[in-house]
Design a protein around this ligand. Structure first.
Ligand code: C2E
Ligand code: CA
Ligand code: CA
Length: 625
């Protein structure tokens, strides 16, 4: 009989039946074998308190009364057995001192005697108790004791398996680094959300990749942990999930009015504190996308909207937050259209390289040009790059734009040089996607070689975030090899990217282009001037020349000059123009070399060189670039 009981219970454990069902079956089987006995199993928690687990024949009110009972040397039969770690026989509840405080609970239910055993786990820890109650005051028989003793290992197996499953489940739903519920748990939570008064905040930790790449993964982990702490200082831990990588989610319920937005602002304040990450001081910042269910949107829709809002925020409101609304969908749809129209224009060869001069502010001479992409519409209208800049965030579009631009630029340069037009440098804008291309920069070198243009005429313009953003410093390494090959590198839009100035000045570059936003601030306020002065000062110390972008007024030019910035680019001098016009302007105002500037191989024929330029005017000051 015992054998069959064991088989039943072991099969249930093996099948993965619920603990409650398994132990309840055990009690029922025991009561069947021992008529008159009432079986009960309690569990013991880590705080030394008992909780009713199963007791199919015990009155519910009695089980509930025992919940949370703290074990002790004289706490009924079970409390004492768990405390002492040995079997406790109470043959008369009414008169036993150990039941003094509890007998009023038991006697009304005709429970007169109780024999309890501790259930030991495999490592000796007490997991709970297994008890038999009797309706009359008596001790357990030998048979009763034997049966209870043979049930104890079954209880142990069932309880430990249950505990292990719970731990597996907990781990499967927990992010190791932060201890927060993970993406799997988030998916489960989302499945349970109905349209209602709740909001979802998707949080992205800015620059995690940069921190990982520059300071190592330990620093990245510290950054994530500190961001998590920031979030937890604002909302309850139950609301925060780490979705992986640099992404967190917060489910806010209820979320009335602008509560979600207020919380997002509070997050930014809490997170944006100087933080020590593996010994490096980092200024963490986060970007948040918010969507509200508004009683009508399903969890899936809210998730999609929050995603769109975050995507948009990362682009337009880094370090801040964006709340989803219907207009956002159309903005994103528009971007998609732009990408499509640019891709079509690239296919139809409707892109042109236009050129904007870079001048010496003191003399007005043109020391170089920057090539800017222009898209010709089918109507003939020409669009500036700013109008389709969005599209270049698409890696395919960006790479193919660069290919087209390089083709035009190398041809224009070759023809200028061959016709003796004084041109020193052409700035070529690169994007992150270019550094992912297998054939880059070899394709660029090949294009220049085809036109016989020496590489030093090219200044590759990269922004700080592109320079520093590549995984494992791929970009920085590629740039180093490109410099070694003879290309020059300009740091574009200086001052708008990664925050650490001290970090930036360690990047090897040949030219710094101060972003237009700083030129605009010249004259506005003292801080703007101070920043430009600071940049100029650092650049001078590094021996790197500086170009001020977006110079529009003579006053700005004057201020730049008095602060030692001798090179400028902007509408004050000229807007971008087609190659033919630029050729004319260069012939008139191009800075010339004082000796033979370059010999250009034509048509690839070895040894045949063309004297392109004999200098007559000013000398080219090597320090200009
Ligand atoms: P950028 O590299 O900072 O280029 C300077 C932009 O400022 C150009 O706009 C130029 O026309 C404009 N600009 C120049 N001087 C002034 C001024 O005095 N005032 C004002 N308000 N604007 C001025 P554009 O051509 O629309 O280019 C915008 C951005 O598009 C560029 O910014 C660059 O990041 C990107 N871009 C342009 N051409 C290419 C290209 O061939 N490849 C790639 N990857 N990006 C390009
Ligand atoms: Ca540029
Ligand atoms: Ca720029």
């Amino acid at each position: 009989m015992l054998q069959s009981l064991q088989n039943i219970i072991l099969r249930m454990v093996a099948q993965g039946d619920e603990l409650q069902a398994t132990l309840e079956r055990l009690c029922v089987e025991v009561e069947y074998l021992l008529p008159g006995a009432v079986a009960s199993i309690l569990t013991l928690d880590d705080q030394g308190r008992l909780h009713p687990c199963v007791g199919p024949s015990l009155p519910m009110s009695y089980s509930i009364a025992l919940d949370n009972l703290e074990i002790g040397p004289a706490v009924g039969s079970c409390g004492s057995a768990a405390f002492l770690g040995e079997a406790v026989i109470v043959d008369d509840i009414e008169h036993d001192p150990r039941w003094a405080e509890f007998k009023t609970l038991a006697l009304p239910h005709s429970l007169r005697a109780c024999y309890s055993n501790p259930i030991f786990g495999s490592k000796g820890k007490i997991l709970g108790t297994f008890a038999l109650y009797f309706r009359d005051a008596r001790a357990p028989s030998i048979l009763e004791q034997t049966i209870v003793e043979s049930c104890l290992p079954l209880c142990m197996i069932a309880m430990e398996r249950h505990e292990r499953l719970r731990e597996y489940r907990r781990l499967a739903f927990t992010d190791v680094l932060t201890g927060l519920p993970n993406r799997a748990k988030f998916n489960v939570a989302m499945d349970e959300m109905l349209p209602g008064d709740w909001a979802l905040l998707l949080v992205d930790v800015d620059n995690l990749k940069v921190v990982n790449d520059t300071f190592g993964h330990a620093a990245g982990d510290d950054l994530i942990a500190s961001a998590a702490r920031g979030l937890l200082s604002v909302v309850s831990p139950r609301a925060v999930y780490r979705l992986g990588g640099d992404e967190f989610a917060i489910v806010l319920e209820p979320a009335s009015g602008t509560e979600a937005e207020n919380i997002a602002a509070e997050f930014a304040r809490k997170v944006h504190q100087p933080t020590l990450c593996a010994g490096h001081t980092v200024f963490p910042s986060i970007t948040v996308g918010i969507a509200h269910s508004e009683q009508r949107y399903s969890a899936e829709e809210v998730r999609h909207f929050a995603d769109l809002a975050l995507y948009h925020a990362k682009d337009k409101a880094r370090g801040g937050f964006v709340t989803y609304d219907a207009a956002l969908t159309s903005t994103i749809a528009q971007r998609y259209e732009v990408v499509q129209s640019v891709a079509t224009a690239l296919r139809d060869d409707r892109f042109e390289a236009w050129y904007q001069p870079i001048v010496r502010i003191d003399t007005g001479e043109i020391v170089g040009v920057e090539a800017l992409a222009r898209m010709r519409l089918v109507t003939g209208e020409v669009l500036p790059a700013a109008a389709f800049h969005e599209a270049t965030k698409d890696a395919h579009v960006a790479a193919s734009l660069t290919r087209t631009m390089i083709k035009h630029i190398s041809m224009d340069l070759g023809s200028w040089l061959r016709s003796g037009i004084p041109i020193q440098h052409v700035g070529i804008n690169l994007s992150a996607a270019d550094f992912q291309c297998e054939d880059f920069p070899e394709s660029l070198q090949a294009a220049f070689a085809r036109e016989g243009v020496p590489l030093h005429h090219a200044i590759l313009e990269v922004t700080e975030s592109v320079y520093l953003g590549g995984r494992d410093q791929i970009v920085a390494k590629k740039i180093a090899s490109m410099r070694a090959a003879g290309f020059k590198i300009a740091l574009d839009d200086f001052g708008t990217g990664f925050a650490s100035l001290t970090h930036l000045i360690t990047i090897p570059v040949d030219l710094i282009k101060i972003d237009k936003s700083f030129t605009d601030r010249l004259g506005d306020d003292d801080v703007g001037v101070a920043i430009v002065e600071g940049i100029l000062h650092i650049a001078k110390r590094m021996g790197v020349p500086v170009v001020a972008e977006g110079v529009e007024t003579p006053a700005q030019a004057e201020m730049l000059l008095t602060r030692g910035c001798t090179l400028g680019q902007g509408y004050l001098y000229a807007k971008a123009m087609p190659a033919s016009e630029m050729g004319v302007l260069l012939r008139a105002r191009g800075q010339k070399t004082d000796k033979v500037a370059a010999r250009v191989n034509v048509g690839g024929a070895p040894g045949r060189s063309l004297l392109i330029q004999k200098g007559k005017a000013r000398r080219v000051d090597a320090s200009n670039f």
